[in-house]
Design a protein around this ligand. Sequence first.
Ligand SMILES: *Cc1c(COP(=O)(O)O)cnc(C)c1O
Length: 367
Amino acid sequence: MTQVPYLLTPGPLTTSLATKQSMLRDWGSWDSDFNQITRRVRERLLAIVHATETHECVPLQGSGTFSVEAAIGTLVPRDGHILVPQNGAYCQRIARICRVLGRKLTTIDYAEDAAVRADDIERTLAANAGITHVALVHCETSAGILNPLQAVAEVVARHGRSLIVDAMSSFGALEIDARATPFDAIIAASGKCLEGPPGMAFVIARRTVLERAEGNSHSLAMDLYDQWVYMQKTTQWRYTPPTHVVAAFDAAIEQYLREGGCAARGARYAGNCRTLLSGFGQLGLRSFLPAEIQAPIIVTFHAPRLPQYEFKSFYEAVKSHGYLLYPGKLTAIETFRVGCMGQLGERGMAGAVAAVAEVLAELTAAA
Ligand SMILES: *Cc1c(COP(=O)(O)O)cnc(C)c1O
């Protein structure tokens, strides 16, 4: 077998061999062995954000967006009103979910290279008593911006509103502590910083909020209240669980805890991010965001200044050197993205920098 390329993407990511190998077994979804795995995964996810006393972990089949939609649909009453500060594609996706589900929506719009500001949210909440919820994206994966979760959480709590956080690309790598940061729900997925395979996501929801959420959901399959009640009663998933994914996610979480949990994972990604920024900098590649708001998760770079640059052929060339890049997601300028997450092998991010250096040299020679 030829070497499968490493994924320098916002997910799915390159998983460890042990995580892949844990998928070589079939599980009965009714069987107590499998249901113990589900229980362990739920307990450990709660513990990662120190929410065991206050919150419940409700897993859901599907990609991350399924759980974002399920959280909005289940936790926001049908006559609720959601404020979405927007600085990228994942914020826009939440706004779109609100429109599709018929929840009243207000947005605050930012440029693609600016972080959300807590004082803007403060002003909007003060002026609009009807807003019931704020939905914040913690790390906006489209440009790689870190939004100020703590400051926003404090403002939302002070105004007595409910905070829903899309922490899809930060959960497990950037510290989130439910004891210090008030939130009603936080959403993430198996295939991001916890380095499992994609296929399940989960919502960490405040118990008192979840208990009051019966009948809010527009959907049967996406009803987190129903999923939670059923799971508490039976220990099983409502409807077929992604058994192999859950087992592999459990294995990935086990490795995560052995590596040293959030501090170690965050430090590894921060190291990858530094290697990437300095290595690409030496190759003349400029990053898009100011350093103060750059999350150590994914980095947007301006396209190389080569006459015939075109993302597709650059991508193919880097792929032939063993790494998969990701296209940019900005509207106005030509960019590409490089993820700092996942198992990058023995050479780590330095291997990726070397691969891109070789490709740039080839392209320059050909020009
Ligand atoms: C990955 C991601 C999602 C979910 O995307 P899916 O393609 O549905 O897995 C949502 N929000 C953010 C910030 C993400 O990075």
